[in-house]
Write a new protein. Sequence first.
Length: 285
Amino acid sequence: MGYFYLILQAFIFSFGGLMIKAAGGMFSPFLISGLRFAIGIAILMIILRIRSGHFRLPMANRILLIGGVCKALHYLPENFGIMRGFSYGGILVWPVQTVVILIFSALFRRERFSARMLAGTALCVAGIGVVSWNGASPEIFLTTQAVTLLAFVLAGIGAAGFSISQKKLVDRMDIVELNTSMFLYGLITVCIVLVPSGPHLSGRFTWAGLISMIALGAITCFGFLLQAAAVKTVPLLSATIIQSSSVILNIVWGVLLYGDPLTVYVIAGSAMFLTGIVLVNLPSK
């Protein structure tokens, strides 16, 4: 079931960009980060209340703190990049997350990877990069966008830190309590940035923006519950690679809903990614 959970997570996360775009007409990128945490926490607490009749949040754990801060480190720089008008953030977030998790698994978990596994991972990372690059001019990354590029690198590192922290605790803690605690630390971290950096409301109320913001919080809540359930049985590196397929789904929604062109870069990158997925998940002899 772990692989099914990851595919379902990638599917629902692929709508995240559409939700952020709609919510951005009402809220600043930083406030969207905070509301994602707040709405996710509210839903998780309702689940806890229905399930056990009380709230129990084990906060006295440094891994929970690290995971929450890392998730805020993912959302805040990513939204900073969006606010600066850089539209190719997907180039780095998922590949950086994959590379960080690969290095962590090799150095700290002493995991060994076959040549096939490494080749498949490299193909997946390269494929996501090609899809997200989509023929953009290299000058975007080498001149005025250097700060924004760094922001997306930090976002990828933060995303990796959250996944690693979740993996370390998922066998010892209830996944609802785990995610609630991490989201709470994430919300506190975001609030430290929110307070001095206002204003955060555009003043343009739209039902589409409000509904999208609520849906984005729900996606955050249920998506990371699926991830926590999946990484109990699926290796962390494989899980990250499967999750990154949401980038390709984003392209699909763009073609179907907005009529975006299906370029040779998208086709080639998707083929590279799918080949890598096959290599990574082939059974060992």
